[in-house]
Design a protein around this ligand. Sequence first.
Ligand code: BV8
Length: 233
Amino acid sequence: MLNDAVAALQNASRPVSFSGAGLSAESGIPTFREAQTGLWARYDPMTLASPGGFAADPELVISWYNGRRRAIAAAQPNPAHLAMAQRADIVHITQNVDDLLERAGAGDIVHLHGSINRDRCSAGCGHREAVDLAAPLPLRPCPQCGRPMRPDVVWFGEQLPRIEWLRADELAAHADVFIVIGTSAQVYPAAGLITTARTAGAKIIVINIEPGVGPGIRLTGPAGQIVPQLLEP
Ligand code: BV8
């Protein structure tokens, strides 16, 4: 299976990767659907990562994000991030909001669900600010308009950023190899990119710690082990 995947990638002219939370799991970042631990165990991430959750308790949501920010600041890119960063021929589409691919040195990354290392005005006045992940600020007013600042990520029920979505859709529709790394493929429209790529004739390579079913070449195991074997044969 690995040899088939390596051969497919060696013959590819338009390879694209599509990653989810499993890519950052070995950097110590809990995946989105892993049971939340500690004080967050009683909260549903689907609620916290939503406009309704923020409206109901903005301070709770900001402290959830700031805990994730500090964990990401303390994390390091793992061998999967580093191997992906070495392949400038592969465009990386990710659902992840962390900056581990950037910190690994990857250049061309399409963040479908935004980035946790930025805040934006919750009222949409356009103000954005970089966030120091190691020392994130508490809930605070937008310096432009006074409404609360929020993480610059896409919450459930919110549209994906138009430019990133259109680019990702175009990439999936023209990829000849589509490498799916560490995602449960349950969140749409992002997960629909896999069908787009397959329908367009791309060879699908799926890397996941869980043995799955479905078409394509399935490489079962941790991304930190499998991705370097695939990208640095
Ligand atoms: C939209 C940013 C429409 C925030 C995220 C009801 C109401 C509203 C919307 C909906 C609804 N019902 C359905 C929807 C659509 C909804 C959706 O798809 N819901 C799902 C849950 C059914 N989608 C949306 O709401 C999207 N917007 O539809 O807008 C619209 C239209 C018009 C006008 C207005 C609106 C927006 C979705 C974006 C949500 N934001 N993140 C934040 O992070 O705080 S999504 C979140 O889930 C993360 O980004 C995460 O990446 C993503 C997907 O999850 P995965 O990455 O796959 O992570 P998961 O834990 O699930 O899986 C990990 C995988 O890794 C597993 O397979 C595991 O086996 C594997 N793994 C683990 N360890 C390893 C590993 N693999 C390899 N190696 C390892 N070591």
